[in-house]
Design a protein around this ligand. Structure first.
Ligand SMILES: *Cc1c(COP(=O)(O)O)cnc(C)c1O
Length: 391
């Protein structure tokens, strides 16, 4: 079975990563590489992207509203609340799947202190249009790019993550570069950087590099073609094949929130930065195949990508009205697809409205864009998808 995602590390990376995790300088080496790639003066590593988002709000220290798209990962509004702020939801555009400048403008109230420019699935949002709206406001608002899924995506030829006051990237296993866990915060803002240096991080416990190594090894194993079918059967079938849900947000900050990025994750990401160009090119190729081969499908809508945007594609989202039948059809043909995200964050927070976010949650299916998927496999995925006729 073709897996819906696969981590980007190889078995070899895992062994080398474990070896390099004992290098006391590995964190600094990764920081130096990130600073040079993003052309920023400061980079800080954390245990996850959500912790980096939390950290920048804590450093900013002006509690109030934070604008985010309602179609989003639930951990984002959770992190906003943990930091003592309030998520203010903004609807997305039906086909671009991103928050629009127009909706940002409508949601700006005097209480709003920060805006997260969210590049969902690695698709850049309309950065310039949103910046224009914010500049016209003439109010001091913190602009953070949530580029967690978008390492290497570009907007007007400039890498995303270099537009706001600060930006966040993630090394979680489903993102552009899998470090198993981890994230980073990038900024040129000296005030924020000073405050960030003062934040107290939880240490990562001894042995955690070994634990992560074993976890990553297990993930690599269960996402290999032969074992995957059984593994995902267990996960999906036992958990229930829900195509839409309401996810109650966590109210308590989990234990160990705001921790350091483990050395093993640093090493794993560091090693894979050498392959970033290849990684992104594979993802773009696969997306192009999906776009070309599925453009005439009457049951499937494709995301609309603005001219200025060159996404990083952690998956290729398509919109299918009869999502459950489509998923089952693909499964019968040995292809797994993603249901992420199958909720609207606004609804999960008990707030009504946001029809485009609910529509996305109800209809999005993610096609795999792992760099290890071959063009032939992508063609096979399209061939099977094109056989789908709906109910
Ligand atoms: C994955 C993701 C996050 C969170 O990253 P973690 O490292 O899993 O905490 C935040 N925002 C977006 C848009 C994401 O895709």
């Amino acid at each position: 079975m073709i897996p819906r995602y696969a981590p980007t590390y190889t078995f070899n990376d895992l062994l080398n990563g474990l070896k390099q995790s004992s290098d006391p300088d590995i964190e600094n080496k990764l920081i130096a590489r990130l600073k040079s790639y993003y052309n920023v003066r400061h980079a800080f590593l954390f245990g996850s992207g959500r912790e980096a988002l939390y950290a920048v709000l804590k450093a900013y220290n002006r509690p109030g509203g934070v604008l985010i798209p309602a179609y989003n990962c639930i951990v984002v509004p959770e992190a906003i609340q943990f930091a003592g702020y309030r998520p203010v939801f903004v609807d997305i555009e039906r086909n671009s799947l991103c928050m629009t400048a127009e909706n940002v403008k409508k949601s700006l109230s005097s209480d709003v202190q920060a805006v997260f420019l969210t590049h969902i699935f690695g698709i850049p949002c309309e950065i310039q249009e949103i910046l224009d709206v914010l500049i016209k406001q003439n109010k001091d608002i913190l602009i953070v790019e949530d580029a967690a899924p978008a390492i290497g995506a570009e907007y007007n030829g400039q890498v995303v993550g270099s537009f706001g006051d600060a930006s966040v990237i993630s090394f979680q296993s489903t993102k552009v570069i899998s470090g198993e866990i981890g994230g980073a915060l990038l900024t040129n803002n000296e005030n924020l950087a000073e405050k960030l240096k003062g934040l107290k991080l939880e240490a990562v416990g001894p042995g955690s590099d070994w634990m992560l190594f074993i976890k990553a090894l297990a993930r690599k194993f269960v996402t290999s073609r032969n074992v995957y079918e059984l593994a995902q059967f267990g996960y999906r079938t036992l958990r229930g094949e829900k195509m839409y849900e309401i996810v109650p947000p966590k109210v308590q900050k989990p234990k160990g929130f705001l921790s350091r990025c483990p050395s093993f994750s640093c090493a794993l990401v560091f090693l894979q930065l050498d392959r970033l160009r290849w990684n992104l090119e594979r993802r773009r190729n696969l997306a192009l195949i999906y776009q070309n081969e599925l453009s005439k499908h009457t049951e499937v809508s494709l995301p609309e990508i603005a001219q200025a945007c060159d996404p990083a594609w952690i998956q290729y989202p398509i919109l299918v009205d009869d999502k459950l039948s489509f998923y089952k059809h693909m499964q019968r043909n040995q292809i797994d697809v993603s249901w992420t995200y199958r909720y609207s964050c606004a609804e999960s927070f008990g707030i009504k409205g946001f029809p485009n976010s609910i529509h996305a949650a109800e209809t999005i299916i993610g096609l795999p864009t792992s760099p290890f998927i071959s063009d032939e496999q992508a063609m096979e995925i399209c061939r099977v998808a094109n056989q789908f006729r709906g109910r």
